[in-house]
Design a protein around this ligand. Structure first.
Ligand code: CMP
Length: 138
């Protein structure tokens, strides 16, 4: 089934010049870029993006480490896009991510683990609406 997913490239992906490498992996897999832009993350955007983690021991660190920094946000489309993108990204902790995945090949830091992607259709709708007004989604 063709579906859409939300992806955010975290600050280290921009700072290390890995945007083309990561987006290229999505494109080579066959996913289409619906829309993409760079934003400086605000505290309220970060708190909303990570609201499911509120109360966990890593929440404050997660928000403060991304607040005010540049990220790339995008919407990708393709067959089973939500699960395909999660598999391309790999396990949350790059130490455990399989070689061949984005986190497995390119990262080591758990909090700044290069990429965030929606884990369901419901989180796609919520996360996407934090950064994109409907008219930007075609
Ligand atoms: P992400 O996919 O962006 O979703 C939540 C983020 O919390 C996760 O990637 C990690 O960057 C971060 N995080 C930090 N510590 C932990 C932890 N102990 N368990 C899970 N996620 C963590």
């Amino acid at each position: 089934m063709t579906e859409r997913t939300f992806v955010m490239l975290k600050p280290s992906a921009l700072e290390r010049g890995l945007v083309g490498e990561i987006v290229g992996r999505f494109e080579r897999k066959g996913l289409k870029l619906v829309t993409v832009k760079t934003v400086a993350m605000t505290r309220s955007q970060a708190e909303e993006l990570y609201s499911v983690h509120r109360g966990k021991h890593f929440f404050d660190d997660l928000v403060s480490r991304i607040n005010g920094r540049k990220v790339v946000v995008m919407v990708l489309e393709g067959r089973s896009a939500v699960s395909v993108v999660r598999r391309l990204i790999g396990a949350t902790d790059p130490v455990n991510a399989e070689p061949g995945t984005i986190r497995g090949d390119l990262g080591l830091d758990l909090t700044d683990n290069l990429v965030h992607a929606s884990d369901s259709e419901e989180s796609f709708r919520r996360e996407c609406s934090i950064f994109f007004p409907a008219y930007e989604l075609g």
